[in-house]
Structure formats: C-alpha cells, structure tokens
Design a protein around this ligand. Structure first.
Ligand SMILES: [Zn+2]
Length: 136
C-alpha cells in the first residue's frame, strides 16, 4: 500500500490553497483539505461563468413558468395581504427621506415625459376637450 511509503511525498501534510490549513492528502491528487474548500475554490475560479449560467437559467425558468409564478404570487399576496401592507408601511416610514429624494430625482429627470402624461390624462378626463386646445 502506498500509504506506507513516506518517500512518495504525497503522504506528508499539505497546505490547502483555499483556507491555508495543513492537511494530510488521502491521494496524490488531492489539492484542498475538504469538499467545502474544493467547492469554494471552484466557485472563486469560475465566478463569472457560474453567474452567467445561473442568470440564464433563471431567465429561462421565469419565461417557462410565467403563469404559474404569477398565480403563486397572487395567492401569496392574497393570503398575506395584511402582513405585506404592514411591511410596506414600515419600509416607507423607515426610508421616507430616501424615497422622497429618489422620487424628486426621478421627476427632475423625466419632467417632460411626465408633463406629457399629465396632459394626456387631463385631456382624457376633462369634460370639454375642445376648449383645452392641447391636442391638435
Ligand atoms: Zn481548506
């Protein structure tokens, strides 16, 4: 058995390249101390590829299950209406300033587009459309 052979070198303790701990490799090929470190090292080395694959998978899943997901969300919202409203209110209260700032920035950035929308809205709902003269 190879484990008796101290000259082989692979039996001597090694440093795990991921966590830096010393470990005794069970075979000459073993690089990391354990499966957790193998997984972490693999993820670190292939981060971009994994992220790309994952978002492609997610998009495909959402597209393939759109109806089922929408139905499930509707059921969840209906079943948790009060809890969700409470959470939303708490979020709005805790982020009042940030929300106001974001909204002001949005209005400033989209002033013209929003003004058009408002005119359209008023045009649709005013009882005397001809007197407004906004729509040519
Ligand atoms: Zn390790």
């Amino acid at each position: 058995m190879k484990t008796k052979n101290t000259k082989a070198g692979w039996q001597v303790s090694r440093l795990c390249p991921h966590c830096g701990k010393a470990f005794k490799p069970a075979s000459g090929k073993q690089r990391c101390c354990g499966s957790k470190c193998y997984q972490a090292a693999y993820k670190a080395a292939n981060r971009d590829r994994i992220a790309k694959n994952y978002s492609a998978y997610q998009a495909a899943y959402r597209a393939a299950n759109r109806d089922r997901i929408a139905k499930r969300h509707a059921v969840h919202r209906a079943a948790n209406r009060e809890k969700l409203a409470k959470r939303s209110a708490a979020y709005n209260a805790a982020h009042r300033d940030a929300i106001a700032k974001r909204r002001a920035a949005y209005y400033a950035a989209n002033r013209e587009k929003l003004a058009e929308v408002m005119l359209d809205f008023q045009g649709c709902h005013s009882s005397d459309r001809d007197t407004g003269g906004r729509r040519q």
